[in-house]
Design a protein around this ligand. Structure first.
Ligand SMILES: [Zn+2]
Length: 185
């Protein structure tokens, strides 16, 4: 199997620590927070890691999944970049791996010439937690509960495009089980 060369920017620190810092998050584990005010459209941080093809990426994903079943605590930081390759961001120097998902994110991840950069979707105040839409597929939504706490949160980490579909599914499920108003699962 062909292993692609590890991808790192010429100066990793350039985007790593300039605008943000890691600390405990109310959403999940550790999060990344703005250490200064940021303007809408600003490039905040690069998601850096090892570039791997889809086959190697699937192998690593399954390995981590098995590990997590044993220990209950492994996280997968493999980023689906495009049809050909993924980025394994499970590296200490990749601060962006700690950014949490939000159903109403303040940032977005953009693929630029096969590198991933985080951009601010709006002005961000110093101290705000950074987030982006993980864009997970609806298929395994039960494995990815969301605790982002935003008014638009659907309770699971699912791409914004599939959220209306998930809401319809959840509504149907709820009505199937109980007609009591406000009953939460
Ligand atoms: Zn949410």
């Amino acid at each position: 199997m062909r292993k692609l060369r590890p991808h790192r920017p010429s100066s990793p620190v350039e985007y790593v620590n300039a605008f943000c810092e890691a600390r405990g998050s109310a959403i999940h584990g550790q999060g990344i927070f703005a250490s200064r005010r940021m303007r809408k459209g600003m490039r905040v941080l690069e998601y850096i890691g090892e570039r791997v093809d889809k086959e190697e990426s699937n192998r690593r994903g399954l390995e981590l999944f098995e590990k997590s079943k044993e220990s209950g605590g492994a996280s997968v930081y493999i980023f689906d970049v495009n049809e050909d390759w993924d980025l394994d961001g499970d590296k200490p120097y990749n601060l962006a791996r700690l950014i949490n998902h939000s159903c109403e994110p303040n940032c977005e991840m953009v693929d630029e010439d096969n590198r991933l950069f985080l951009y601010a979707l709006r002005d961000i105040e110093k101290g705000e937690e950074l987030s982006f839409d993980y864009g997970y597929d609806i298929e395994h939504y039960l494995d990815h509960p969301c605790r982002c706490g935003t008014p638009g949160c659907v309770g699971y980490i699912v791409s914004s495009a599939q959220r209306p579909k998930l809401l319809r599914m959840l509504r149907r499920k709820k009505h199937g089980r109980s007609l009591v108003k406000g009953n939460k699962e």
